[in-house]
Design a protein around this ligand. Structure first.
Ligand SMILES: Nc1ncnc2c1ncn2[C@@H]1O[C@H](COP(=O)(O)OP(=O)(O)O)[C@@H](O)[C@H]1O
Ligand SMILES: [Mg+2]
Length: 363
């Protein structure tokens, strides 16, 4: 093979396919549009931040909702839109990237997470932020099991400077993972981001087209992608946006093919996003699909011990299965065995995807 010729042909092919795209950022899932579709629930967040700004009394929030329901984009947008208009600062941190309290503080203080004692890091944070400050902790459910007490929540909620905290979580059971004293010092108001309906999905896609494409896709295509998104996923707008991408850049794909490709991409992302324990639970489900969930628990506990980690309790493990089901990664089924009901968990994703993610994570 002549590599130069191959590369030139590939480049030409890519240029041709993507000539319709004016701005690739609109397909980047971290893109924050100038003016996102403002959902009703956003008002409750704005109200809480304004109340805090006015009174100085913290108004902690837990915002939960399925993946792709627009939690991150909404808070990033509000941080930008409110900047300079209110006295309080809004700080954003991704707990996926900074997954312990110490790393979160180091990131917020702007120094590497080593060399300083935790208390010194806290002191620096207070020094930098003596006034009102809203700390947005995105994907707090992905914090490491090395920080089981979520120290950062204590630090923020019990601080005499009255910091306010906004936690974003895909897992609606996040609060139940916290111990009672953290819950009671937070007193967080819970806001659910419900699933988008087909009309809202269309609106978001039309906006991406306006922001990033040179020409609109053929009539009806956006509506078709929106209908597939609401019927085949939990209205995961990320699948819709990726589906749109494949539709415009791979014109020989049918809409169904573009959509399937988008679903596969997102499935890899979702699996990759699980924290270590949840991924180990999923791996155990993959290995023990025909067996009772009690046996799945045993398999999970064995793999934890092999990695030198303490397994979740059975009830926590069971909650995790519910979470994996809410992500559409597994399905819980009840079957009758000798008059008793046995529960099994089935893997809903391609085992090869799971194996690849596990291998990548744990080697
Ligand atoms: N209301 C909205 N307006 C415009 N784009 C949106 C909206 N909600 C979600 N999106 C887009 O959908 C994708 C997923 O949203 P995201 O905020 O990451 O979801 P979540 O944090 O709930 O998983 C992002 O690319 C985001 O820009
Ligand atoms: Mg998010």
């Amino acid at each position: 093979m002549d590599i130069d010729r191959y590369l030139a042909a590939k480049k030409e092919d890519l240029t041709r396919k993507t000539s319709v795209v004016r701005n690739f950022n609109v397909f980047d899932l971290s893109y924050v549009p100038e003016q996102p579709l403002l959902r009703e629930e956003a008002k409750a967040i704005i109200d809480a931040i304004m109340r805090y700004d006015h009174t100085g009394i913290p108004n902690n929030l837990l915002i939960h909702g399925a993946r792709g329901s627009g939690k991150t984009v909404m808070l990033r947008y509000l941080a930008r839109a409110l900047q300079g208009k209110i006295a309080a600062e809004i700080l954003y941190v991704s707990c996926r990237q900074h997954n312990t309290s110490f790393k979160i503080l180091a990131h917020l203080v702007g120094i590497p997470p080593r060399g300083l004692a935790h208390s010194e890091m806290q002191r620096r944070f207070e020094e930098l932020h003596p006034g009102r400050c809203v700390v947005v902790l995105d994907e707090i459910d992905l914090m490491s099991s090395k920080d089981p007490r979520y120290e950062i929540l204590y630090f923020l909620s019990r601080n005499p400077r009255n910091y306010s905290t906004v936690m974003l979580s895909n897992n609606h059971r996040f609060m139940s993972l916290l111990d009672e004293s953290a819950r009671s010092s937070l007193q967080a108001e819970s806001i659910l981001f419900r699933k988008y309906n087909a009309g809202e999905v269309c609106e978001i896609l039309h906006q991406r087209v306006a922001d990033g494409l040179r020409q609109s896709p053929a009539p009806g295509i956006i509506e078709e992608i929106a209908a597939l998104t609401t019927s085949r996923t939990e209205s995961d707008i990320r699948v819709a946006i990726k589906g749109l991408y494949y539709t415009v850049t791979e014109p020989h794909f049918s809409i169904g093919q573009s959509f399937e490709r988008a679903q596969r991409d997102v499935c890899i992302d979702v699996t990759n996003d699980l924290n270590d324990h949840t991924l180990l639970v999923l791996k155990a489900v993959g290995e023990r699909q025909k067996e009772n969930v009690r046996d799945v628990y045993q398999a999970y506990a064995v793999s934890c011990r092999q990695r030198g980690e303490k397994p979740y309790s059975y009830s926590h493990f069971y909650t995790t299965l519910g979470y994996l089901q809410s992500l559409n990664l597994i399905l819980m089924v009840a079957t009758k065995v000798h008059r008793a009901i046995a529960k099994r968990a089935e893997l809903l994703i391609d085992e090869r995807v799971l194996d690849a993610v596990v291998k990548h994570r744990f080697g």
